[in-house]
Design a protein around this ligand. Structure first.
Ligand SMILES: *Cc1c(COP(=O)(O)O)cnc(C)c1O
Length: 387
């Protein structure tokens, strides 16, 4: 059976989610309660997410971009301030910095087989104006947090983790998203844990966390929920804020999804193993992170095509076989809004530029069978004329 949301053209979609009757029941209960925002579901989702990550508190928000925006707002960026981030990341990281009048400074990634930000390049890019460094855990694999933390501490700048690909990944004695000053998560429709649209923010410093919580909801000193409970209708506004609240529906969805992460991870692990086994037949194909032994959310299955292969042709051939692919990501400095921008010219970005035209993401989600992964891998081998 083809579900309504899956284009019948695709035999294997790039991503899918684990939503089933459990989420439908949870969401129905919220709708029956008729309390749709800022209530018990949001509070419980925050509690359960914080417990899962081993932190005191988490702040649920309406998207990963909202999480990143609140993180940069907490930095009180001034025009001309700089935030260093990998050039190979989703554009939201750069946009929230640029919108504050600050400069997204783009750093190179480490190597074709390690697509996380290079701490040595970050160090080279530090100036007196640097306020923060963003580490993005590409495909769910940890960036080099010990090195990045050391650089940030030495220079007195904040470390922000974009853990959109990496919910509940253990690394060096703590979960990803808890090593930096602020950790941001996304629950967008294609992410391992999804609420359709949604996100979460963690902050090490309780005062920063409180500012983020207030800014999420207009910096109101009392929420609708508090006012309902206390019977007091008054509130004050102690700073500039926005409305980045999740709905109770999405929080209820998130609570069920959080419980499914472990099984989802196990399935992804088997699929990635199958991919790597079959794709080993193409020695010129780079399989990023293949040598990593630690935990990963295995959010994506990226490959770096052999030099000189026309990616468009490969994608076309895969698509003709019903296999959906994507590219994560066009580097920020290749996008017209950022091309030639102040922060795009500082680093050579040699690795990023070399891998960018060769990057390809293959289907990876826990509704796939091992046969699906083997089929997608063999179809790629056929495109590369490997037998
Ligand atoms: C998905 C994603 C975001 C943005 O999250 P949204 O929930 O879509 O706003 C930011 N950074 C990375 C690395 C992402 O993958």
């Amino acid at each position: 059976m083809t579900s309504a949301r899956t284009a019948p053209h695709w035999r294997i979609t790039l991503a899918d989610n684990t939503v089933d009757e459990q989420e439908i029941t949870a969401v129905s209960e919220v709708l029956r309660s008729r309390w749709l925002s800022a209530g018990g579901q949001t509070a419980a989702f925050e509690r359960e997410f914080a417990d899962r990550l081993g932190v005191d508190e988490a702040v649920a928000v309406s998207s990963g971009t909202a999480a990143l925006h609140l993180a940069t707002m907490a930095l009180d960026l001034r025009p001309g301030d700089e935030v260093i981030m990998p050039a190979l990341t989703f554009v939201a990281c750069a946009a929230v910095v640029a919108l504050a009048g600050a400069v997204p400074v783009l750093a190179d990634v480490r190597a074709p087989d390690d697509l996380t930000v290079d701490p040595a390049d970050v160090t080279r890019l530090l100036t007196r104006r640097t306020r923060a460094v963003v580490a993005m855990h590409y495909a769910g694999y940890p960036a080099d947090l010990p090195a990045l933390r050391a650089v940030c501490e030495r220079h007195g700048v904040s470390l922000i983790e974009d853990a959109a690909h990496a919910p509940a990944v253990g690394y060096a004695g703590g979960m990803l998203g808890t090593h930096g000053d602020i950790g941001c998560f996304s629950f967008f429709a294609t992410k391992n844990l999804t609420t359709g649209e949604g996100g979460m923010v963690l902050a090490r410093d309780p005062a920063v966390r409180e500012r983020i919580r207030l800014a999420r909801s207009h910096h109101l000193t009392a929420s609708t929920w508090d006012r309902l409970r206390s019977g007091d209708a008054s509130y004050d506004v102690s700073g500039y804020g926005l409305n980045y609240r999740p709905t109770e529906v999405s929080a209820a969805l998130g609570r069920v999804q959080l419980r499914k992460l472990t099984l989802d991870r196990l399935r992804r692990r088997a699929l990635v193993a199958t991919y790597r086994e079959v794709l080993a037949a193409a020695p010129e194909l780079v399989l990023p992170f293949a040598e990593r032994t630690g935990d990963s959310a295995l959010h994506l299955m990226p490959v770096v095509l052999p030099d000189g292969v026309d990616r468009a042709v490969v994608r076309e051939e895969l698509s003709a076989s019903g296999i959906q692919t994507s590219v994560h990501y066009p580097p920020v400095h290749h996008l017209s809004a950022y091309r030639g921008s102040a922060g795009a010219e500082r680093s050579a970005l040699a690795v990023t530029d070399a891998v960018a035209p060769r990057l390809l993401s293959l289907p990876l989600h826990s509704r796939m069978s091992d046969d699906d992964a083997a089929l997608a891998a063999r179809t790629l081998l056929r495109c590369l004329r490997v037998r």
